[in-house]
Design a protein around this ligand. Structure first.
Ligand SMILES: Cc1cc2nc3c(=O)[nH]c(=O)nc-3n(C[C@H](O)[C@H](O)[C@H](O)COP(=O)(O)OP(=O)(O)OC[C@H]3O[C@@H](n4cnc5c(N)ncnc54)[C@H](O)[C@@H]3O)c2cc1C
Length: 465
């Protein structure tokens, strides 16, 4: 028998655990969830109902074979709900917990073996052909055949431009989901970042401090684009475009192809063309050389992210209102320095003019998005895996190096058999792997693979004389 340990109590861990519960009978399935409520992770732990999903309800399942169940769950909770709606993320967190709960009940009735550990995984030691030993909490060891790392992105590191004085002042917030740590109303809040996390932060700050002036700053000052209110008609020539993109291995040429398609698309909405590329995005990424990936990250990522990861229409409308009311300014500038304390001094270089200016802020919130630079992060388990050679950092700091099936690459270049990752840690491998549609497909594939491998191992063992 070879047990499996899933490490990480977010949505990816929940998907992997639930998929394994449904089909893995080769041993015990351990779910090591850390200290937070299991299943919600960073994205679905919010209690602020202004924080909406950025994927339509119909596409937000947690398990691959029941991808539409969220819609039924939401309808039971809220009454009439349409598959095209963008619903509160909190509701999806409730749904994940209910779905996993149902799988646990079924597994119990079927006599499947599983355990949930409300602690963190601290260390993983290779036992060669016998799998791994995983240290849970202070000193409990689990002996397992396979490990699935579903630990999400890293906790934010302060930007290099933030002084220790500013960090110690209590007025620089590294966790955009912890505005509750600031009971006193600030007059001016600066949010660093203009992606989806920054948008949610701005909405929460606006509601919590109705008189605060809000400033969001990023190098290009580009907020995410809005989703269309209703699903869009597909682009008639998407298949031809995707074929042409797959024949290219250069981001600049790919952008030219997309640009041409946009120009020729007539009445087709540009968002439809971007969405139509989703099935091939991972393949396009995998075809790029290291230098070309770097080129994409440096020159095109900012606009790609804004176009690809869009806001729910209601979120876009709320941000637009703040702007119209004069409460929100969005700046295209580089943050050169954050220093001082109460108020902080934020020094900026404006993109258009290159002029340097300083502004005061009672609170600065860092909302710069996913950090997967494992070589620099302070994640104890990942640091240990890197130190011991069981994992290797992606050279562009997009997580860890891995095989196409998610097994990690050892420091010596070999496959680290039986040690898998899913979700954000695989961005270097897949680029597009952080949203639920990709996560649930990966969790399903992995559970099927591990179940089949375990059946084969048992059959071979039973044939031995
Ligand atoms: C603000 C936000 C909004 C999003 N909105 C959407 C959306 O609308 N639709 C969509 O499809 N996707 C959305 N996403 C993408 C999102 O990343 C995924 O949907 C999903 O939540 C990722 O889950 P995860 O489990 O990989 O990561 P996380 O949510 O980061 O969960 C990882 C968990 O692992 C735990 N952990 C870490 N180390 C250990 C350890 N050593 N031992 C035990 N536990 C550990 C962490 O504490 C954490 O709880 C959003 C992401 C964010 C950040």
């Amino acid at each position: 028998m070879a047990d499996v340990a899933v490490i990480g109590g977010g949505a990816a861990g929940a998907a992997a655990f639930g998929e394994l519960l449904a089909r893995f009978d080769g041993g015990t399935v351990h779910w090591i969830v850390g200290q937070h409520a299991p299943g919600r992770g960073v994205a679905y732990a919010t209690s602020d109902d202004q924080h909406l999903l950025n994927v339509r309800a119909a596409a937000m399942g947690v398990f691959q074979e029941h991808a539409e169940d969220f819609l039924q769950h939401a309808s039971r909770q809220l009454g009439q709900v349409k598959g095209t709606d963008f619903l509160p993320r909190r509701l999806f967190g409730d749904f994940i917990q209910a779905q996993v709960g149902a799988r646990i009940d079924t597994a119990r009735r079927a006599g499947r073996s599983f355990r949930i550990h409300p602690e963190s995984a601290r260390e993983i030691v290779s036992r060669g052909k016998d799998g791994y030993a995983v240290r849970v909490g202070a000193d409990r060891w689990l002996e397992v055949g396979h490990v699935v790392l579903a630990v999400g992105a890293l906790a934010q590191r302060p930007l290099r431009t933030v002084s220790t004085t500013a960090l110690a002042s209590g007025a620089y917030e590294l966790d955009p989901w912890r505005l509750d740590r600031h009971p006193q109303a600030p007059r001016r809040v600066v949010v660093i970042g203009t992606g989806l996390t920054a948008v949610d932060t701005l909405l929460s700050a606006a509601a919590k401090w109705p008189h605060a002036e809000l400033i969001a700053v990023s190098r290009h000052g580009l907020l995410p684009f809005n989703h269309a209110a209703l699903p869009l008609a597909p682009y008639a020539r998407q298949e031809a475009l995707n074929q042409a993109l797959l024949a290219s291995d250069c981001p600049a040429a790919m952008f030219r192809l997309v640009r041409r398609a946009l120009d020729d698309a007539g009445d087709t909405d540009w968002r439809s063309i971007i969405d139509g590329m989703r099935p091939i995005n991972a393949t396009l990424w995998q075809r790029l050389t290291h230098a070309r990936r770097r080129q994409f990250l440096r020159h095109a990522r900012w606009v790609w992210e804004a176009a690809r990861h869009r806001m729910a229409p209601a979120t876009g409308e709320a941000i637009y209102q703040l702007h119209e009311e004069g409460r929100l300014q969005v700046l295209a500038a580089r943050v050169l320095d954050v220093d001082g304390s109460a108020p902080l001094q934020v020094t900026l270089r404006e993109r258009a003019t290159q002029l340097v200016s300083a502004l005061e802020a009672d609170l600065v919130i860092q909302a710069t998005g996913l950090d997967t630079a494992v070589a620099y992060g302070a994640h104890d388990l990942l640091s240990q895996l890197l130190r011991d050679g069981l994992a290797t950092a992606d050279p562009l700091q997009l997580g860890v190096l891995a095989q196409p099936d998610g097994q990690l690459t050892h420091a010596d270049g070999r496959v680290q058999h039986g040690l898998y990752a899913i979700g954000s840690l695989l961005r270097g491998n897949l680029w597009e792997c952080t949203a639920m549609p990709e996560i649930r497909a990966a969790a399903h594939r992995l559970a099927v693979h591990l179940s089949q491998a375990s059946s084969v191992a048992r059959e071979s063992a039973s044939e031995l004389p």
